[in-house]
Ligand binder design. Structure first.
Ligand code: PSV
Ligand code: MN
Ligand code: MN
Length: 378
């Protein structure tokens, strides 16, 4: 019998600083009242989600979006809110110079710029005490013949090799893949195979990051998790829910059984990888959406811990086709909400985080405070 309170005490979910900021669709950005206006206010929101849930004690940062003048001060601000820094994410997709790619760009000057930014992120990570740089490339081509596919791969390996060499021993390089967008003909890191091959070339502290939104419909993500874990190359997870693609929906909101199966694989061995939420909420209240995401993850995790592993193994070894499936269904169909509530309370968090958030008036308070400050600084 697993002690859920202890399991929650050890559970660290990273929330993304960028998930608290304004976002929208490619047709427009939808500003929300009370949205944070700088990195410190994003940290306030992250701290609120942690206060409510008890298991969101880490914040992933994105640069230059979260750039500040003084990184010692930023580290202090993170720690004073009871948080710690998660992965540091370089931005290699927004600068117009990256139109044709960053580390795969045909022009060496642009590749140098990308490497310099990643090296700067190594420094930032060192200053903040972060243990990973998490890399997502928007690199790819739109037309057959636009560029040489092997050349692009060679350029990427060369650039990433230089960054890897500069990593201090405590930092990992997490390599994320995405099967399409913004490039539509050939994405340079399109799938877990190309990400894994890249990591194998770089070294053992290069690991694959699986983002739930970055697969074709029907892909068996829990199997990818199992294989990468067996190879010692599962570096981290970006949680969200894809209905069409990418990361704009709340994890567990559409396909909770898939999320449960992923946690069944994540908990099959002793150690969880880095668990990060990667969501940008557009029409829903952001702090509430992040809080619900953490609660959904807690419930999927709690259900996975209920799986009777001995019974599962026995069914599998006796070739009982549906016996193992039934073991999983027994765990999935258990109502874990009361146990999760109890564990949260034991950690000093909220019994019902969404209700507590609504009753606290946090959203309304931020809408007032942050608007007032905007007027004052104008
Ligand atoms: C773009 O698809 C993306 O959502 C990737 O998943 C990254 O992890 C994220 O943006 C932050 O850069
Ligand atoms: Mn991601
Ligand atoms: Mn994404």
């Amino acid at each position: 019998m697993t002690d859920l309170t202890q399991a929650f005490r050890e559970l660290v979910i990273e929330t993304p600083s960028w998930g608290y900021a304004d976002s929208g669709t490619r047709f427009g950005v939808f500003p929300q009242p009370g949205r944070p206006r700088d990195t410190f206010e994003k940290l306030d929101d992250a701290a609120e989600v942690h206060r409510l849930t008890g298991t969101a004690g880490s914040v992933a940062l994105h640069f230059p979006w979260d750039a500040v003048d003084d990184y010692d001060e930023l580290r202090g601000e993170i720690e004073s809110r009871g948080l710690r820094v998660g992965a540091v994410n370089p931005n290699l997709f927004q600068d117009p110079d990256y139109k044709l790619g960053s580390v795969t760009h045909p022009d060496a000057v642009v590749r140098e710029k990308a490497v310099a930014h990643m090296l700067e992120c190594v420094e930032i990570a060192t200053g903040l005490g972060a243990t990973a740089q998490s890399l997502w490339l928007a690199d790819g081509t739109n037309y057959p013949g636009q560029d040489d596919l092997r050349e692009r791969r060679r350029r990427m390996l060369d650039c990433l090799g230089r960054v890897y060499e500069a990593l201090p021993a405590e930092q990992e390089l997490l390599v994320e893949y995405k099967f399409f967008e913004p490039a539509f003909y050939a994405t340079d890191l399109a799938d877990w195979g190309s990400a894994l091959l890249t990591c194998l070339k770089l070294g053992e502290r290069a690991k694959v990051l699986v983002d739930l939104g970055h697969h074709a419909q029907g892909t068996n993500i829990e199997q990818i998790v199992a294989f990468l874990e067996a190879e010692g190359r599962l570096g981290g997870f970006h949680f969200n829910n894809r209905k069409y693609a990418d990361d704009d929906l709340i994890v567990g909101s559409v396909n909770p059984f898939e999320l449960f199966l992923i946690f069944v694989e994540l908990t099959a061995v002793g150690r969880l990888p880095r668990l990060t939420i990667d969501q940008s909420h557009n029409i829903e209240a952001k702090v509430e959406a992040m809080t619900l995401s953490v609660v959904n993850l807690q419930e999927a995790y709690a259900k996975a811990l209920l799986v009777d592993r001995a019974a599962l193994r026995a069914a599998q070894e006796s070739a009982d086709v549906l016996g193992g499936h039934e073991v999983l269904l027994d765990a999935f169909n258990t109502d874990v909400r009361p146990a999760c509530a109890e564990a949260r309370v034991a950690l000093g968090a909220a019994e019902n985080p969404i209700r507590a958030l609504r009753e606290s008036g946090y959203a309304e308070r931020m809408a007032t405070e942050r608007e007032t400050q905007t007027e004052l600084t104008r």
